[in-house]
Design a protein around this ligand. Structure first.
Ligand code: FAD
Ligand code: DHB
Length: 388
């Protein structure tokens, strides 16, 4: 079998890349280790930047997002029981969309089924061959048989634990990493959101986040220990931990109910450099990880895909290597700014230690953020997404 681009991973990065390439006549095959249902079962990000929305529209799968997604003109930050509103639209002219990653994945999967482009789910033992040569190949196992695809390029969209980054010789790659000593425990509930805007909470008991998926579905997170196990967090314990972190009004409005999903995510900052190796390109979580505090993970995956798709389309249409040669540098320039913002917001809002100096510095910076229009604008510019 032969195709132009083999895409490893059918998460948002791989599916979006596949749609854009197909639209521009570039043939591609997606290989995904899990089943489609498994991919759809993962509850993750919720805040979508304008530039990500534009890409979904470009490939014709943004309809349901515009119908069911919630346009947010502001976010709120609650510090030790007092809530402050940051008016994103007033400060930047831009808004964000609250629409779950699960729904985006579903829309992209349906879009791909609609165009009849090939996706192999449950592909085992995906192995890359000859990435630095002219004729790379990808082999895999499916339905008990061995398969191999010859291609021009390989797109590694297979997430942090994928095979693509791991296939690169260690001396060709540099990695930069910070692992945080806490995680997020998240729950999804069929209850109305506590407020109609996303609220980030800084409290001496630890960070919390109140978000939503619609008028009757809420998504909440609390800071937890890395050693915590979801089994140790029955719903009542979660609500008991969340409530005291909220302000009086939010606490009074909070509607609790049974969780329909509950999971723990560790927090990590990670960047690989470069993200192009011969004919292999990394995109999304395969290349970098941000802690979720700035809601940037999914949006960065989309921005990598934008740079990579433009480069590949240009290569086939104009026989030019310019975009391909610049991909790593261009994508990483935007990645590092989102890494900085996500790290900064994480350090600002979490309980980092019992050191009172650290706490006082957080409070001073938050006070400045709320009082200074320059500081609020800098926050808002980063939150809605920096320009390409
Ligand atoms: P992924 O979504 O990880 O997709 C990679 C795909 O590759 C997966 O389907 C995987 O099964 C497949 N794959 C892996 N290995 C192989 C292989 N060897 N062969 C074939 N296929 C393979 N971001 C936010 O902004 N807010 C959040 O609240 C948030 N919460 C998160 C919670 C968790 C637990 C995780 C892991 C991430 C979270 N993120 C969040 C980050 C965001 O979800 C990711 O940035 C986004 O999913 C990146 O998309 P991706 O397509 O690059 O990678
Ligand atoms: C959500 C997740 C985030 O990481 C974030 O910063 C804001 C909202 C969410 O799941 O809704």
């Amino acid at each position: 079998m032969r195709t132009q681009v083999v895409i490893v991973g059918a998460g948002p990065a791989g599916l979006l890349l596949g749609q854009i390439l197909h639209k521009h006549g570039v043939a591609n095959v997606i290989l995904e280790r899990q089943t489609g249902d498994y991919v759809l079962g993962r509850v993750r990000a919720g805040v979508i930047e304008q530039v990500t929305q534009d890409l979904l529209d470009e490939v014709g799968v943004g309809g349901r997002m515009h119908r069911d997604g919630l346009v947010h003109e502001a976010v709120q930050i609650c510090v030790d029981g007092a809530r402050h509103r940051i008016p994103l639209k007033e400060l930047t002219g831009k808004t964000v969309m609250v629409y779950g990653q699960t729904e985006i994945t579903r829309d992209l999967m349906e879009g791909r089924a609609g165009i009849g482009a090939p996706t192999v789910y449950s592909a085992g033992d995906v192995t890359l061959h000859d990435i630095f040569g002219d004729k790379p190949r990808v082999s895999y196992q499916a339905e008990g048989k061995s398969h191999e695809i010859a291609c021009d390029f390989i797109a590694g969209c297979d997430g942090f634990h994928g095979v693509c980054r791991a296939s690169v010789p260690p001396d060709a790659i540099t990695t930069h990493e910070r692992v945080y000593p806490f995680g997020w425990l998240g729950i999804l509930t069929d209850t109305p959101p506590v407020l109609d805007e996303v609220v980030y909470v800084r409290h001496p008991l630890g960070f919390a986040l109140c978000s939503m998926r619609g008028p009757t579905r809420s998504r909440y997170y609390i800071q937890c220990d890395l050693a915590d196990d979801v089994e140790a967090w029955p719903d009542q314990r979660f609500w008991d931990a969340l409530k005291p972190r909220l302000d009086d009004e939010a606490r009074a409005r909070l509607v609790t109910g049974p969780s329909i999903e509950k999971s723990i995510a560790p927090l990590r900052s990670f960047v690989a450099e470069p993200i192009r190796f011969g004919r292999l390109f990394l995109a999304g979580d395969a290349a970098h990880i941000v802690p979720p505090t700035g809601a940037k993970g999914l949006n960065l995956a989309a921005s990598d895909v934008r740079y990579l798709s433009r480069a590949l389309i240009e290569h086939y249409a104009e026989k030019s290597e310019a975009g391909i040669d610049c991909y790593s540098e261009r994508a990483l320039a935007r990645v590092w700014k989102a890494e900085r913002f996500s790290w900064w917001l994480t350090m600002l809002l979490h309980k980092i230690s019992d050191n009172t100096f650290d706490r006082k510095i957080q409070l001073a910076e938050l006070d400045y953020l709320f009082r200074s229009k320059a500081a609020s604008t800098a926050f808002a510019e980063n939150y809605v997404g920096l320009p390409y």
